[in-house]
Design a binder for this molecule. Structure first.
Ligand SMILES: Nc1ncnc2c1ncn2[C@@H]1O[C@H](COP(=O)(O)OP(=O)(O)OP(=O)(O)O)[C@@H](O)[C@H]1O
Length: 259
């Protein structure tokens, strides 16, 4: 059976200056392969600089892979085909609310991807914006508001609306919940889980928060210096980590929260 997402031998190498005249090549992500199904969440954890955001950028098409390929429902996602990529794979960042344009209404911001990527007419676009705002727990009338009229949690919901309006199949959450307080984070997680069931979304969650990872993800990948050191069902990896590094990482991330 074809998987929703299939990643084969994806890697990233950068050329950096080693001195005045020479450049050296550094591999920040060694070839990795994995599959992800609809309604499944893969969490990626690792120390700072371990390659988590690089993987996210490669999936969303913001960086060009050095090797490897990504398929969606068996169809190869071409590097540089931004239209194809942004319809199927979307990303939400930490403080995503800050990426909203302060001088445009919510309607204008949500309409932009529809104008660029669909053939919907004005009325159809408006109906889609209304439905999407309601899906994320906001009101249809909010489309006439500007970003400064919303709280941080509401802005995060608007970013989510912008991410799902093209009905993607994979949404990447790069520390997207990190800036929210505990209660808003719980609300956002519930909303994301609801949307996952409703829309059949797959998520890739980059997070430093083991509690969120435990509650939210089905599979867990642990990266160290650009290499996968552990990969499996989240509960198996968290309860019985095979790698010494994973044990340390889990302990340190739990400890950070207790303090
Ligand atoms: N454009 C670039 N040129 C050279 N090196 C880069 C570039 N972008 C990232 N790197 C390097 O790639 C490595 C992995 O970075 P990446 O941002 O993927 O790590 P990360 O695990 O997401 O870290 P963090 O937890 O801080 O977000 C780091 O050593 C980083 O310095």
């Amino acid at each position: 059976m074809t998987s929703l997402i299939e990643v084969k031998n994806l890697s990233k190498r950068y050329k950096i200056k080693s001195n005045w005249f020479k450049k050296k090549s550094v591999t920040v992500l060694h070839p990795i392969s994995f599959k992800l199904e609809a309604k499944e969440t893969l969490a990626v954890i690792g120390e700072i600089g371990s390659g988590k955001s690089t993987l996210a950028k490669l999936l969303v098409g913001a960086a060009r892979p050095t090797t490897g390929e990504i398929s969606l429902n068996g169809q190869h996602l071409q590097t540089g085909n931004f239209k194809q990529r942004c319809q199927h794979v979307r990303m939400i960042f930490q403080n995503a609310g800050d990426t909203l344009n302060p001088s445009l209404t919510i309607r204008q911001q949500l309409e932009e991807p529809l104008i660029l990527n669909t053939r919907l007419n004005e009325n159809e676009r408006k109906a889609m914006i209304r439905a999407t705002l309601q899906k994320v727990g906001l009101l249809a009338d909010h489309m006439h508001f500007y970003p400064h009229m919303f709280s941080g949690g509401q802005k995060q919901r608007i970013s989510l609306a912008r991410a799902i309006i093209l009905q993607p199949q994979l949404v990447i959450l790069d520390e997207a919940l990190a800036s929210l307080d505990l209660s808003l984070r719980a609300q956002m997680i519930n909303l994301l889980l609801e949307l996952q069931q409703q829309m059949g979304l797959a998520y890739l969650l980059v997070s430093h928060d083991i509690d969120v990872v435990e509650h939210f993800s089905d599979k867990l990948m642990v990266l160290r210096e650009g290499k996968v050191v552990e990969y499996g069902n989240t509960s198996d990896v968290l309860t019985n980590p095979k790698d010494k590094f994973t044990r340390k990482l889990i302990l340190s991330q739990r400890k950070t929260k207790v303090r």
